[in-house]
Ligand binder design. Structure first.
Ligand code: GFB
Length: 416
């Protein structure tokens, strides 16, 4: 009899709606002192634009945390898992990849009060618990902004310009009954006004990419950026590849950084490993940006010129191109050593496409000279990394000449 009662009790607890359990606890599952800021990015956006959107929200969360206002300074920024990115295959991976797979979350925490989504879920009884976000604001651009030329910071609740989806982070159990569209122009830090005017504990900003940087290129921006250290395991895999195949190590190449990013200081003395790193963005860039994307023949000629100038023999290739494209480039660079990183099955299975992309980025970041792809955010993040490591700008801000012209990349120098 007792056994039957116990089983019924377990089944009840297991399937019980979280909100019921939470209501019994006084209305909410969440710690009374904390408020949570969630953000979501337009679905087609790639990994490296998303990294930039994070910086905007990290600065918002930090500003709120530093405020004297008690409605703001208990904020927790919830890191949106890397779910269903259009460029990645998720065959071997769970659908929701936590930030810790790619970044050193302790480092992030030294800049802004962040928590992983799974840490937030730990407030709830089980993984099926219903999580109702109290207020959702979907950002959209003011429709008439370009016609009127009025670019003043402003926000206004509005009709939605189009139909937006209402499932968040690809979780079926994360919902909201209170979703509104907010026409918005201004920096992400302005969104703190929403928290000032509301008492909701959970607020989600959807289409977060609409909010801009306010401190782009400032010391604060660079602090946030420097706090985005990669997962240590990915860094070791990249270091191992550099050591084994590229004769490159931090001590030899003058590229060692302090263990803690807050101890970093300004320097321009990095030499880099004895290879040229290139980021060759292909796929949709070849189709949609024909004028800016060079032919492989032209790429090989541009790389040869730099190798000869620097008296180097080795080139590391990071690319999303096909195997055929890579083989063509290897043939065109006959006489030089051409290498790329290919993950072993463990690394591929554990870290997926995102991990491989980061390893490629790290290896390019430590090269003596880097050439990237014009207007690729993948290239931008490598350039920033090299600014942090302390290379001379002329070894970093180079992009391949296109078919029609040679675009000049913007130079964003690090400041401390
Ligand atoms: O990071 P990402 O958005 O930069 O590139 P762009 C998208 C994905 O392509 C990355 C893969 O997350 C990687 O999975 N990828 C690109 C690479 N280059 C490499 C590489 O060298 N090595 C490896 N391993 N992977 C944006 C797109 O791409 O460009 C947008 O996200 C749009 O959808 C826009 O197409 C024009 O800024 O280059």
């Amino acid at each position: 009899m007792n056994k039957i009662l116990l089983t019924i009790l377990f089944v009840l607890i297991y399937f019980c709606d979280a909100s019921d359990v939470c209501y019994q606890k006084g209305g909410n599952c969440l710690d009374d002192n904390k408020r949570y800021l969630f953000y979501e990015v337009n679905r087609p956006e790639g990994f490296n634009l998303r990294r930039d959107v994070y910086l905007r929200f990290a600065m918002l969360a930090r500003k709120m945390k530093e405020s004297n206002d008690e409605k703001l300074n208990n904020i927790q920024l919830v890191l949106p898992p890397w779910s269903n990115l259009v460029h990645w295959k998720y065959t071997d991976k769970p659908e929701h990849i936590p930030w810790g797979y790619y970044f050193d979350v302790d480092s992030l925490k030294k800049f802004a009060p962040v928590v992983e989504m799974y840490e937030f879920f730990a407030n709830y009884p089980n993984k099926y618990s219903k999580v109702e976000i109290e207020e959702v604001y979907t950002l959209q651009h003011f429709e008439d902004m370009f016609e009127t030329g009025n670019f003043q910071d402003k926000m206004q609740l509005d009709n939605c310009n189009k139909d937006y989806h209402y499932s968040y982070f690809s979780y079926k159990n994360v919902t909201s009954k209170n979703t509104r569209c907010l026409s918005y122009h201004g920096p992400a830090t302005k969104l703190s006004e929403i928290f000032s005017n509301s008492s909701a504990k959970t607020i989600l900003i959807d289409h977060a990419e609409v909010a801009l940087h306010d401190y782009f290129g400032s010391p604060l921006y660079w602090q946030a950026r420097r706090s985005m250290r990669f997962n240590k395991d990915l860094k070791s895999i990249a270091d191992e590849f550099r050591r084994k195949f590229l004769h490159s190590s931090d001590d030899k190449d003058g590229t060692r950084l302090p263990d803690d990013w807050t101890d970093e200081t300004a320097k321009r003395s990095a030499v880099g490993g004895p290879y040229v790193g290139i980021h060759l963005r292909r796929k949709d860039f070849v189709r949609n940006r024909a004028e800016e994307v060079p032919t492989l023949m032209s790429v090989s000629e541009q790389v040869k010129t730099v190798l000869l100038q620097l008296n180097l023999n080795t080139v590391f290739v990071a690319t999303d191109g096909t195997n055929e494209e890579y083989k063509t480039l290897v043939n065109l660079l006959d006489g030089f050593e051409v290498l790329r990183y290919t993950p072993d099955s463990n690394t591929k299975e554990k870290y997926g496409d995102g991990g491989v992309a980061i390893i490629d980025q790290i290896i390019c970041s430590y090269a003596r000279y880097f050439i990237g792809t014009y207007e690729s955010t993948f290239t931008f993040r490598i350039q920033e990394e090299r600014e942090i490591i302390g290379f001379k700008t002329e070894t970093t801000f180079n992009v391949f000449c296109g078919r029609k012209d040679c675009p000049k990349p913007s130079v964003w120098e690090i400041v401390y």
